[in-house]
Design a protein around this ligand. Structure first.
Ligand code: ATP
Length: 611
């Protein structure tokens, strides 16, 4: 087939696969097609193919520079590559509405004219070469690395050179990649499935691949191991200091007695601090901090870097804690919003004094060569305590160990009084390992409600928006929100949210949405409604609702309760943006279904009690 097992792969194969994927809506077929592409990719380039599919040059946490090619420069490169003019590119763009298709068309016409290359620059004089994945990836990488004086010109030449050698179909996807609009409908979950099919004989091999990915959040790296040494080689993957581990997540509960039963009777009950989760990596004197969505946030917290350097008595370690804003005078805990306010400010050194933070450490995942992710929680806690040198603002999270529901309640009330969001109830039995990237019943959160009648808040992804009327006319003022379904790797809609926004927030939201507007529904969105504009699923918001209802308009949990109906939220209200969450971290249909069932049970109980 198309690839040379030891070497490279024609980029055309990738571009053609993208083209087919665009026409497919069935997830099974998409996975199959992708698995064929990945199977054909030689081990040396499969990592690059995976990054390209993700629309990236590497995992986000590496903090690679952006490509830095705006629409104007891109149009210029297309014009240069195909001996056209910027104004013709612009005109075509206005007609077609997609720069990728413009490049495809101009490349085709250029070929038809039988030109041999562009004369303007020396590098364009040579004959055309077939593009390989490596050449495309490396050139894009060089474009990203080009910074500073003269970089605009260098970016232009590199890109035009690449496009000049591209087949029309290749040009289309190169341009879309550069624009950040690849949108072939593939998320990480589908890539994991496709790797399992390609190299593990079927989706049953996915758990092994996923576990390794959860411990080393780099899909390109994981793909390379699978392709070169097989799925079994992944069993040996261990955490590595400097590479983020996907965070373990908690289920939600309401009743302490029930929760205790779920986690195995006796448990650790710990303050649930209302701040930003931080995974802190220490390698000698070097400290790196990763956020909940695995972004490198080290630069934002020079104070935490200092605390970690002083307060971790280990050469190499990975620990987790919550960074919380504290009142500089009283050292009392401040709400999440105060910390977010600090994060938006640019003069970090000044704001550091105005809004100091404290770190409350709750887990240790790796200490000096020892992988603790497979150890039960009490062992991890002991290791953590043994390496943490506490100070006022660098402390172990507050916790008690108990099997009494009453004690849980009392501790919960104390936590809330101290400014925490509630408590985390954590299993301590032999199997209480650190389940990276998994939301399960080993950790259960019990949160104070925002309002007493509240079901709970959910985190949903913006997938579309509607224009307002009257005072809000002309502005996008209501949002179409979706959950994330990890099984199908799609975003099914849940509700429309129009309340909870201040005028100021509304303006900010309009600015935020503008670059994310897309001409058509995103392929990973499942919706029966047609909003005024479709939006790339990127932004997550926390939504509060009065209750869950059945709805024929929404696709979340479609057919789960009754045929043809989904689950929606009544009177949803915007609470805050969750910049710390990826779209794939949104609430799942499974969770909503459980919440719906709990709500039904509560209503039945209330009815029985004659309330
Ligand atoms: P939420 O939306 O409730 O903040 P989440 O979806 O971000 O939760 P969950 O796993 O549901 O993530 O809740 C755990 C979160 O609570 C963690 O991500 C972490 O940021 C925070 N947290 C605060 N205190 C603790 C603690 N003691 N142990 C674990 N997580 C804690």
């Amino acid at each position: 087939m198309p690839s040379d097992p030891g070497g490279d792969m024609p980029f055309r194969v990738v571009a053609e696969a993208f083209s087919s994927m665009e026409r497919i809506t069935s997830r099974t077929q998409l996975t199959l097609l992708l698995s064929r592409l990945l199977k054909d990719a030689p081990p040396g380039v499969i990592g690059k193919v995976v990054y390209i599919i993700q629309g990236k040059l590497g995992p986000d946490w590496k903090g690679l520079p952006e490509l830095g090619v705006g629409e104007k420069l891109l149009a210029k490169a297309i014009a240069l590559a195909y001996k056209s003019t910027e104004s013709s590119v612009d005109k075509l763009y206005k007609n077609i509405g997609d720069l990728g298709s413009v490049a495809e068309r101009l490349a085709r016409e250029y070929r038809a004219r039988g030109s041999k290359g562009v004369t303007l620059e020396a590098f364009m004089d040579r004959g055309r070469e077939e593009l390989t994945v490596t050449r495309v990836y490396t050139t894009l990488y060089r474009i990203a690395l080009a910074q500073g004086e003269g970089s605009r010109d260098l970016k232009l030449r590199l890109l035009a050179g690449l496009l000049a050698d591209a087949e029309p179909i290749e040009a289309k996807y190169i341009v879309r990649f550069v624009e950040g609009r690849l949108r072939v409908g593939i998320g990480d979950a589908t890539i994991l499935d496709a790797l399992a099919v390609a190299y593990g004989g079927g989706v049953h091999a996915r758990p092994v691949i996923e576990r390794a990915y959860n411990l080393r959040a780099d899909l390109g790296f994981i793909a390379e191991i699978v392709a070169s040494r097989g799925v079994d080689a992944l069993r040996g993957v261990k955490p590595e200091v400097g590479v983020p581990i996907r965070p373990m997540l908690a289920e939600r509960g309401r009743d302490p007695g029930e929760i205790l039963k779920k986690v195995g009777g006796r448990a650790i009950v710990e303050y649930k601090y209302d701040g930003e989760r931080a995974q802190i990596h220490k390698k000698g004197g070097e400290i790196t901090i990763f956020s909940r969505r695995l972004e490198n946030i080290t630069r934002m917290y020079p104070d935490v870097v200092e605390m970690a350097r002083e307060g971790l008595r280990a050469e190499n370690a990975i620990v987790e804690g919550e960074i919380v804003a504290i009142d500089p005078n009283t050292l009392e805990l401040q709400p999440f919003q105060v910390l977010m306010h600090r994060k938006r400010k640019h003069d970090i050194h000044r704001v550091m004094r105005e809004v100091p933070v404290a770190v409350f450490l709750f887990d240790a995942l790796y200490v000096d060569g020892e992988d603790l992710t497979q150890a039960p929680l009490p062992v991890r806690k002991d290791r953590l305590a043994s390496i943490v040198q506490e100070s006022d603002s660098w402390r172990m999270a507050e916790y008690v160990e108990t099997d009494s529901a009453e004690e849980v309640w009392n501790f919960f009330l104390k936590a809330v009084e101290d400014g925490a969001e509630g408590v985390m109830i954590k299993a301590i039995h032999r199997e209480s390992v650190y389940t990276a990237g998994v939301r399960g019943w080993l950790w259960v959160k019990l949160k104070r409600d925002y309002k007493s009648e509240m079901i709970d808040t959910v985190d949903l992804v913006v997938v579309g928006a509607f224009y307002g009327r009257g005072k809000r006319g002309g502005k996008l003022s209501s949002l179409l929100m979706a959950a994330y379904d990890p099984e199908r790797d799609v975003f099914p809609t849940v509700c429309k949210v129009a309340t909870g926004f201040t005028d100021e927030e509304l303006d900010r939201m309009n600015e935020m949405l503008k670059p994310l507007i897309i001409p058509r529904k995103h392929p990973r969105v499942s919706s029966k409604l047609e909003p005024d504009v479709w939006v790339e699923p990127r932004i997550v918001a926390e939504i509060l609702g009065a209750e869950l209802t059945l709805s024929p308009l929404h696709t979340c949990c479609l057919d789960s309760v009754r045929p043809g109906v989904g689950i929606s939220i009544r009177f949803p209200r915007f609470i805050r943006w969750r910049d710390d969450k990826r779209p794939e971290d949104a609430t799942t249909p499974q969770e909503l279904l459980e919440m719906y069932r709990r709500q039904l049970r509560r209503l039945e109980e209330e009815a029985e009690a004659g309330l």
